[in-house]
Design a protein around this ligand. Sequence first.
Ligand code: ATP
Ligand code: MG
Ligand code: FE
Length: 340
Amino acid sequence: MKILAFESSCDETSCAVVEDGRQVLSDIISTQVPIHKKFGGVVPEIASRHHIEDVLPVAIEALEQAGCSWSDMDAIAVTQGPGLVGALLVGVAAAKAVAWAIDKPLIAVNHIEGHIFANLVQYPDLEPPFLSLVVSGGHTMLVVVRDYNHFEILGQTRDDAAGEAFDKVARVLGYPYPGGPHIDRLAKEGNSSAIHFPMGLSKGHNFDFSFSGLKSSVINYINTMKMKKEEIVAEDVAASFQKAVVDVLIEKAMEAVKVTGMKTIALAGGVAANSELRTRLEEECSKRGIRMCRPSLTLCTDNGAMIGCRAYYMAKAGEFADMSLNADPRLPFNAEQIKM
Ligand code: ATP
Ligand code: MG
Ligand code: FE
């Protein structure tokens, strides 16, 4: 089964052709990062306009690279949400138009489920059940993937997402959007015990996360240092902040492994690209005999392949959308909330 998948939830216009869920025949990503950089973050209206310009050329390139024509597609998939409404609408309109024109079924995918399924693209042998730590620009969650179409949420952030905290801290340090990669690079040169930043909602607070207190305390630190005209060592700030984030992510992930008895943990979302998170999680997992999965850097951030993969398993379960499909900027993650 060949699926043409559209992803346009934020600032990447992407289209992929995915065969039988895991075989990526093409995955074209047109990023708007250089455009939004000068504004310090994604400007929704500008993002929508660029998606409109890019969506068809990107789809055509995806087909060409896969050596396919429109009519070779067995289904059309699209990110329905969550994301920026104007951005999502472009993908949804394009996918509906193509599905109607070639008379093939439409599949509406949840973007966060897509991020998790990027792991299935990366590891052909990976099968549920497994635990997933989702750390993206807008989400932080611990999810049990019980089966391909059955998820359980263990916990999620009560305020800021991990990626959001990275972006905001980088911004006050004077680095452009997206800030995560800058913090990652600076932290390598810094001393992580130079400054003590509080770890949000650690032990005893179940599996929920909180990053806004940490973010504020980093911003307060920087402002105080500026007021006192003292030197700010950006490398030390980055390393100390990153350690505080990674400490809490790892603590909760390992506790979740223990409580659920899962033998595999899959990292998902843009922050999964963070080098400290990857290496430290790998160490902790290997101590416990747990398999750690993480998508390649391109599969961590937004891409069409992960949407095509997720869509395949929905199609197998008969979960199709119809022409009344609309974008949903706050599409809920379809899962059971479980109390541990
Ligand atoms: P969501 O998926 O929640 O809707 P999004 O699609 O904007 O949000 P992603 O594409 O998953 O988010 O990831 C982007 C985020 O990943 C940004 O916040 C970015 O700073 C962060 N990021 C990317 N690389 C790194 C890194 N090496 N270290 C830390 N954060 C990173
Ligand atoms: Mg992005
Ligand atoms: Fe994303």
